[in-house]
Design a protein around this ligand. Structure first.
Ligand code: URP
Ligand code: ZN
Ligand code: ZN
Ligand code: ZN
Length: 464
C-alpha cells in the first residue's frame, strides 16, 4: 500500500464535516451516473438521488457540472536538488498549485545520492514535505547505485514505510548500467514493488553533447539534437528487455515520443508487462519552442526526454492514450526559474532540465483530449486518476467515487474556460510552457476548462 502521508481536506470540510454534492454527474473510469454524493469526515458515505442525510449538512449544487475523482499526479519533483540547483516549487507551493488545478494527490521522488542511505534520504524528504503539503502525497524512491545494502533498505521501505515504487535512471551521471538495472528490477520483483525507469541512452547523449558543443551548437536547440527520439526508443526497448529477464512489470516514466511508444507497444506485443506514462507537457506543447530565438523561452521548454520537433507528437500521444497504448499521465513538474535556466546560456547541457505541469495537467488534458473529441470523460478520469491509483496501490480508496472512498473530489465545469499564464498561476515558477501556444502572436491565447468558479483571464507577452 502506498501510504498517502498527509491529508488536508480543507476544500471539502463544513463545520460539521458533512457535505452533500447535489445534482451533478458522477464520472468514474467505467460510467457516468447522475447522482448526489454525501460525505462525512472526508469519506464518501452515500451515493444516489434523494438521499436521507442529517440536517445542517452543507450543500454544493453541481448542476451542469461533472463530479470526478481528484487527479493523481504520479510524477512531481518539489524541492528537488538537481543539476546544481533546486526546483523553485516547494512542497507547499507545488501542492497548492496541484489542488488549484484539480489534482488532490501527488507522488514525488526521493532522490538518493550515490552511496547515500535510502532510508536517510527518505526521512529527509518526509521532513521537507510533511509540514508543507496541501494535499495527500506519497513518495517513490530513486535507485542511483546498486549494492546489497540498497536491497535491504528497499525492503525496509516497503515493509515499514509503505513505499511501493522505485525509479532508476538510464541517463544522467547517476544512471544505472544494464547489470545494475537487472539487479534493481529483480529486487522490485522480489518485493512486489513497481519498477520505474527514465528511459534514455545516457552514453549516447554524453557523446552527442560533446560533439555538438565542439561544433559550436551551444543553444537550447542542441538539447533535442543530443537526445533524439531513437535514443529514447532504444532505452525503452532495452529496459523492457532487461525487466523481462527477471519477469518484473515495468513502468516507463515520461514517454515523450512516437518512436518510444512504438518500442513500448512492440515490447508489450511480445509479452513484456509494461506501462507507459506520458506528460501534460508532451500533450500540450511541442519541441518547436526549443528553437525560439529568445533564450528564456527556449530554455523554459527544456525537459528530458525532450519535447519533440515533430509537431504531430501531441496528437500521436493523445491517440496512444485513447487506445490504451499509453496508460496514464503525469506532469514531471520540475520547475526552474528563468534565472536558474540562464546557467546554460552558453552550454545547453547545463540548462536545468524540467518544466511545469502540476497545476495545468488536468485542464490541458481535458482541452486536448476531451474537448477535441479524442477521449471521453471516463477515459479522462482513467488517465488522470484511476490508473495511477491502481498501479500505486491506492485504489479504491482513491481514483474513484464510491461508497467508502476518500472524498478526493473535483467539481469540474466542462463549459468554463480560462487563460493560462505565469502571471496568474499558483506555482512559484515565473514561466509557463502552456502560456503561449502560437508564439508568433507573442501572447497567450490558450483557453482551457477548469474547476470551480474560474480564474481571472490574462495574457502575457513572451520575453522576446
Ligand atoms: O527534465 C526532467 N524530466 N527533469 C526531472 C527529472 C526527471 O528526469 O524526471
Ligand atoms: Zn526522468
Ligand atoms: Zn521526473
Ligand atoms: Zn520569447
Amino acid at each position: 500500500m502506498s501510504t498517502p502521508v498527509k491529508k488536508v481536506p480543507i476544500h471539502l470540510q463544513s463545520a460539521q464535516n458533512r457535505l452533500l454534492i447535489k445534482n451533478g454527474k458522477v464520472v468514474n473510469e467505467d460510467e457516468i451516473i447522475e447522482e448526489d454524493v454525501y460525505i462525512e469526515d472526508g469519506i464518501i458515505k452515500q451515493l444516489g438521488r434523494n438521499l436521507i442525510i442529517p440536517g445542517g449538512t452543507r450543500v454544493i449544487d453541481a448542476r451542469g457540472k461533472l463530479v470526478i475523482p481528484g487527479g493523481i499526479d504520479p510524477h512531481t519533483h518539489f524541492e528537488f536538488e538537481f543539476m546544481n540547483t533546486t526546483t523553485v516549487d516547494d512542497f507547499y507551493q507545488g501542492t497548492k498549485a496541484a489542488v488549484a488545478g484539480g489534482t488532490t494527490m501527488i507522488i514525488d521522488f526521493v532522490f538518493v545520492k550515490k552511496g547515500e542511505s535510502l532510508l536517510d534520504a527518505y526521512y529527509s524528504y518526509r521532513q521537507k514535505a510533511d509540514e508543507k503539503v496541501c494535499c495527500d502525497y506519497a513518495l517513490h524512491v530513486i535507485i542511483s547505485y546498486w549494492s546489497d545494502r540498497v536491497f535491504e533498505e528497499m525492503s525496509i521501505l516497503c515493509s515499514e514505510h509503505g513505499v511501493n515504487s522505485f525509479k532508476a535512471f538510464m541517463a544522467y551521471s547517476f544512471m544505472l548500467d544494464d547489470s545494475e538495472l537487472y539487479s534493481a528490477f529483480e529486487a522490485c520483483k522480489k518485493l512486489g514493488a513497481v519498477a520505474m525507469v527514465h528511459a534514455e541512452n545516457g552514453s549516447i547523449i554524453f557523446k552527442n553533447t560533446e560533439k555538438l558543443l565542439a561544433k559550436g551548437i551551444t543553444g537550447p536547440e542542441g538539447h533535442e539534437l543530443s537526445r533524439p527520439e531513437e535514443v529514447e526508443a532504444e532505452a525503452v526497448n532495452r529496459a523492457c528487455t532487461i525487466a523481462n529477464q527477471v519477469n518484473c512489470p515495468l513502468y516507463i516514466v515520461h514517454v515523450m515520443s512516437k518512436s518510444a511508444t512504438v518500442a513500448l507497444v512492440q515490447a508489450r506485443n511480445r509479452g513484456v508487462r509494461v506501462i507507459g506514462e506520458t506528460l501534460a507537457a508532451a500533450l500540450g506543447t511541442d519541441g518547436s519552442h526549443c528553437n525560439h530565438s529568445c533564450f528564456q523561452h527556449s530554455a523554459g521548454h527544456v525537459i528530458s526526454p525532450p519535447l519533440r520537433p515533430d509537431p504531430m507528437t501531441p496528437q500521436y500521444l493523445m491517440n496512444y492514450l485513447a487506445q490504451n497504448d499509453l496508460q496514464l499521465t503525469g506532469s514531471d513538474n520540475c520547475t526552474f526559474s528563468t534565472r536558474q535556466k540562464e546557467v546554460g546560456l552558453n552550454d545547453f547541457s547545463k540548462i536545468p532540465n524540467g518544466v511545469n505541469g502540476v497545476e495545468d495537467r488536468m485542464s490541458v488534458i481535458w482541452e486536448k483530449g476531451v474537448h477535441s473529441g479524442i477521449i471521453d470523460p471516463c477515459r479522462f478520469v482513467a488517465i488522470t486518476s484511476s490508473t495511477a491509483a491502481k498501479i500505486f496501490n491506492l485504489y479504491p480508496r482513491k481514483g474513484c467515487i464510491a461508497t467508502g472512498s476518500d472524498a478526493d473530489i473535483v467539481i469540474w465545469n466542462p463549459n468554463k474556460t480560462r487563460t493560462i499564464s505565469a502571471k496568474t498561476h499558483h506555482q512559484a515558477v515565473d514561466f509557463n510552457i502552456f502560456e503561449v501556444l502560437d508564439y508568433q502572436q507573442k501572447y497567450a491565447i490558450m483557453k482551457t476548462h477548469l474547476i470551480g468558479n474560474g480564474m481571472p483571464r490574462c495574457s502575457r507577452v513572451c520575453y522576446s
